[in-house]
Design a protein around this ligand. Structure first.
Ligand SMILES: [Mn+2]
Length: 207
């Protein structure tokens, strides 16, 4: 019997979020969906807040999870078709490919994404997702994913607009992903909307 060596996961991740109304379901959701050769991550912000926002986000999260390995433009188009009967959502999707040591990402509407390099002397030492305006389920922009090479320790942060932009300054990346997410939420939540921060650290060594 052959046994493959225990595989190291592609990423380690953590999330922190808060609903605008205590006790309400948040309209902000994260997705982590492994597929053969990588893992898809996403943060979705259903329009508005409350149960209808949550229903839109859930519909999209299910589609992302079921089709995690698809190229991102096709995947987001699929979400758009599947969310037409909902109120719609904005989202950013980010897909780690362990074979290529790469990250592909794509944003529709306002979910911020930043990739912090483990090598702080790298130039640039961070990348920002290119967001195009639109609402999944209502109106899509041109869908084009951008890609970056990733190295072990590179850290992705996705945050909904319930987090003040500017959260990317002075981020302490030394903790584990959940600590980082909690700290960003504690310091930068607006308090006027659902808020969610998702953090994923790339682990896989180059083959
Ligand atoms: Mn929001």
């Amino acid at each position: 019997m052959t046994r493959s060596p225990p595989e190291r996961p592609v990423i380690e991740w953590g999330v922190a979020g808060v609903a605008l109304q205590p006790g309400d379901e948040s309209g902000d959701l994260h997705v982590v969906a492994p597929f053969h050769g990588g893992v898809l991550t996403a943060v979705i912000d259903g329009l508005g807040h409350g149960p209808e926002a949550a229903a839109a986000s859930r519909a999209i999260a299910e589609i992302l999870t079921a089709h995690a390995g698809e190229p991102l433009p096709a995947l987001v188009l699929r979400c758009h078709e599947g969310a037409r009967k909902t109120r719609g959502a904005v989202l950013s999707v980010a897909s780690f490919d362990e074979r290529e040591s790469s990250l592909a990402w794509l944003g529709v509407g306002n979910v911020e994404g930043v990739l912090f390099r483990a090598d702080r002397t790298a130039s640039p030492n961070r990348e920002a997702i290119l967001i195009r305006g639109g609402v999944v389920g209502y109106q899509l922009p041109t869908l084009r994913a951008a890609a970056h090479r990733v190295s072990p320790g590179d850290t992705l942060v996705l945050a909904t607009d319930g987090i003040r932009s500017g959260f990317t300054e002075n981020v302490d990346l030394s903790g584990d992903p959940e600590e980082i997410a909690r700290s960003i939420l504690a310091r930068h939540a607006r308090g006027s909307d659902d808020a969610l921060v998702f953090v994923a650290r790339y682990l896989r060594q180059m083959p």
